[in-house]
Design a protein around this ligand. Structure first.
Ligand code: FES
Length: 145
């Protein structure tokens, strides 16, 4: 059986939403201390809707595929919905990731959440800090495996 699904390979070879938004309303960057991979997400928000999203990933193929899929899943969606996106949903949308690669999809979930937190902070929007736990762990406390 192939290690990676067709969808993973497709999003790895042709990643969607790669790049940077110069006048982004929120920017989130997270890294995984263990593998050293880094992901940065930019969001543009209008009336509570994520109207545009871009990412840059300095990381493995699974991280690139995960960020491509995750950005597709939140584009055009309300912020509240983007906050509900889990790494599990991203991995499922990719038709699965090998167990030892699930942490790569966690980076996608966390970088999107970090971008939303940045948007809230910039605009003085109140939120429960518990929604945004620290992201600098070297393991995967948020992985829903
Ligand atoms: Fe680090 Fe995939 S191995 S994000």
């Amino acid at each position: 059986m192939a290690l990676y699904s067709e969808k993973v390979m497709d999003h790895f070879r042709n990643p969607r939403n790669v790049g940077k938004i110069d006048d982004a309303d929120g920017v989130g960057e997270v890294g995984n201390a263990r593998c050293g991979d880094i992901m940065k997400v930019y969001i543009k928000v209008e009336n509570g809707i994520i109207v545009d999203v871009k990412f840059n990933t300095f990381g493995c193929g699974s991280a690139i595929a995960s960020s491509s899929m995750a950005t597709e899943m939140i584009k055009g969606k309300p912020i509240e919905q983007a906050l509900e996106l889990t790494n599990k949903a991203v991995a499922e949308a990719l038709d699965g990731l090998p167990a030892h690669k699930l942490h790569c999809s966690v980076l996608a979930e966390q970088s999107i959440r970090a971008a939303i937190k940045d948007y809230y902070d910039r605009n003085g929007i109140q939120y429960d800090p518990a929604m945004f736990p620290a992201y600098d762990h070297d393991d995967d406390p948020h992985a829903h495996e």
